[in-house]
Design a protein around this ligand. Structure first.
Ligand code: PLP
Length: 399
């Protein structure tokens, strides 16, 4: 990420070709609304893996904690360390698979909580932590139907018993992950729920049930209070997007998208009819046109598959993108706009007075999911934070 503090004359508000705006007021609103869905005593874990789905992990964590988040979730050990190094003190769950002894030591050192997915991994942890005075808090993950991480729910009793007799681990949680919570058809989710319940019942009988149970992601947290248990692990909804269209149409809570993407027009030109536009001439001008070059491309997070399909907002009008999207630039048709100028700001994702373009819209056009669209903005563009209280500012505390 570029450091704008080092070069204030290059402030993105003044001259950058493109940037991401993170609306902290929307973020805090989403977290408070999610928290309000949960009964007293149920923890809200905000998932901030992948640099908070492209929004900036430390910044999101700080704002979320101030708004009611009590746990954070990451995918990898380095993601957890980043939060600790920034001074964040809430419990952090590492949801990815950790097998490497060096990572196990880092987990203990940085006070992170791993998931344990099978006996072999539990042994690696226990061996590595040998001689430590304390037990490492761990969460046991059961596979109830996702077929990703986790040990078979049918062997929950044997597995939990095995982990609990290891001297250097302390089982503080039992979790699972849902495969189809965003589907209007809830049958698989309910089957996973039943399997989780079944494991819970048999663990209870053996007096082996860990204290903290959790299974819900965003969709499940929005759909079914019976899946809230002691904690919900919410990613996408934190960032203001609904996991599926049917959840958006009659929402339990009004989520607000947090991330907006803007870019400037760098050049404007007139072209003749039959002129080819951009690589491979995927667009041929059907008539004389006025086109504008915009300083953002697929390396910034605009999927190239949206070429010739997407629209942007300019001067409160929806305008077609034309030709192949290139690495750093794309082209739009501004033939119908009178007063367009170089330097004008184009909204690619976000809300203007009359229009709104969402990551879901792109996801539909690109045959993917909004999660992937958001993650595309992780790397290259500078981030600006906005809140309703303050003027736009380039964060100095966060990058
Ligand atoms: C990413 C992830 C989540 C969050 O999922 P969303 O659908 O974004 O809410 C929850 N739990 C686990 C294990 C995950 O990997």
């Amino acid at each position: 990420m570029l450091s704008w503090e080092a070069t204030p004359a290059l402030s993105p508000m003044r001259c950058a070709r493109a940037w991401v705006e993170i609306n902290l007021t929307a973020l805090a609103h989403n977290v408070r609304s999610l928290k309000a869905l949960l009964p007293e005593g149920t923890d809200l874990l905000s998932v901030v893996k992948a640099d908070a789905y492209g929004h900036g992990a430390v910044m999101v964590a700080d704002v979320a904690i101030a708004a009611g988040t009590t746990w954070l979730g990451v995918a990898t050990v380095p993601e957890g360390i980043e939060l600790r190094q920034a001074g964040i003190e809430v419990p952090i769950l590492v949801m990815g698979a950790v097998n490497d002894p060096a990572e196990v030591r880092a987990i203990a050192h940085w006070n992170l909580q791993p998931i344990i997915v099978n006996p072999k991994q539990a042994l690696v942890f226990s061996e590595t932590l040998k001689g430590q005075g304390t037990r490492l808090p761990v969460h046991i993950q059961l596979d109830t139907g996702m077929s990703r991480l986790g040990f078979s729910w049918q062997q929950a009793v044997e597995f939990v018993r095995f982990v609990q007799q290891l001297p250097y681990l302390e089982t503080v949680g039992l979790c699972s992950h849902l495969a189809t919570a965003d589907s209007p058809d809830q049958s698989v989710m309910q089957l996973q729920h039943e399997r989780f319940e079944c494991a819970i019942t048999s663990l209870k009988q053996e007096n082996l049930l860990p204290a903290r149970l959790h299974i819900a992601n965003s969709a499940a947290a929005l759909v079914d209070p019976a899946l809230h248990y002691d904690m919900v692990r919410v990613g996408l909804a934190t960032y203001g997007l609904y996991p599926a269209p049917h959840l958006r149409t009659q929402p339990k809570i009004a989520l607000q998208p947090v991330l907006e993407v803007k870019a400037r027009i760098t050049h404007i030109k007139e072209i003749d009819a039959h002129t080819g536009v951009s690589y491979s001439y995927k667009f041929i001008a059907p008539r004389p046109m006025k086109i504008a070059i915009v300083g953002i491309g697929y390396a910034d997070g605009v999927p190239r598959i949206l070429s010739n399909k997407m629209q942007v907002i300019l001067h409160e009008q929806r305008v077609n993108q034309i030709g192949a999207i290139t690495m750093d630039q794309l082209i739009i048709d501004v033939s119908d706009l009178k007063s367009v100028q170089e330097g004008d700001i184009v909204t690619l994702l976000g809300k203007t007075q009359h229009h709104c373009l969402r990551a879901d819209d792109w996801a539909d056009l690109a045959d993917t999911i909004s999660w992937e669209i958001l993650c595309g903005f992780k790397h290259r563009l500078p981030r600006i934070t906005l809140s309703n209280q303050s003027a736009p500012q380039i964060t100095s505390k966060y990058r």
